[in-house]
Design a protein around this ligand. Structure first.
Ligand SMILES: [Zn+2]
Length: 242
């Protein structure tokens, strides 16, 4: 339990991933330094923190920073954290704003040369430790938030999902698409095109998950991308009644 913020609990997923978010100037200059945000940034100096709000209903994870150079969702998640800290919730919401503070500090995609969204199936990789936390906390649903550059894959605003073995993944993606306008990208079977995405590993374990993408240049916050990412996050939570 955090002394200063009595409706929030915080623990660590890993201590190997620590980093100074403030050293990422492209991100830090956009951050509004509220007392709670300062606490989040200070927590990240020691590792990957996970925050918990509420204590009822479904257990839902909002995740960002799996790719450290995708700044819009991490900035959006900080804003979401601040809003959650002042809300009465119908569900239990877990938030990991910086999956790898070290990668975010260095404004780089990988963590120790490992793509965290291709290694969640590898035992004790950093993203696998996030999967382990998802298991231990008995999290029911996962939203993983990313950004994509125009010339990269997928290169457009979208929601990745799959129909098997966790069909609700596709239903969540459809809902977000209808509400926010992001395009649904759906696979018949999770993990069939490549291995080790957080979303796929969750869906394969029976935990419905989606990956949301907004368009932004890598390593900076593109115009409108922060707002869009925040919209996707809130829509994801609205699916469950927030
Ligand atoms: Zn990404």
């Amino acid at each position: 339990m955090v002394d200063d913020f009595d409706n929030v609990e915080m623990t660590y997923v890993s201590f190997l991933s620590r980093g100074y978010i403030s050293k990422n100037k492209n991100l830090f200059e956009k951050i509004e330094l509220t007392p709670f945000t300062k606490f989040v940034l200070q927590s990240s100096i020691y590792g990957t923190p996970i925050f918990k709000f509420g204590d009822c209903g479904k257990r839902i994870l909002v995740l960002s920073g799996i790719h450290g150079n995708e700044l819009a969702p991490q900035l959006a998640n900080l804003t979401l954290l601040n809003e959650l800290s002042e809300m009465d919730l119908n569900n239990t919401i877990y938030v990991i704003p910086f999956a790898s503070p070290k990668s975010t500090m260095n404004n780089e995609r990988t963590f120790n040369s490992l793509d965290l969204n291709r290694s969640a199936h590898i035992t004790n990789s950093l993203s696998n430790m996030i999967i382990q936390a998802i298991d231990e906390l008995k999290i029911d649903f996962v939203g993983d938030f990313h950004s994509t550059a125009y010339n990269s894959n997928p290169g457009f605003e979208s929601v990745f999902s799959s129909k098997n073995p966790s069909p609700e993944s596709y239903l969540i993606a459809q809902y977000i698409s209808e509400e926010v306008g992001s395009e649904v990208i759906s696979f018949d079977v999770a993990g069939s095109s490549y291995k080790g995405a957080i979303e796929d590993v969750c869906n394969l374990r029976g935990i419905p998950a989606v990956t949301c993408e907004v368009v932004s240049p890598f390593a900076s916050v593109g115009k409108g991308s922060f707002e869009k990412s925040l919209e996707q996050m809130k829509c994801f939570l609205t699916y469950f009644g927030f």
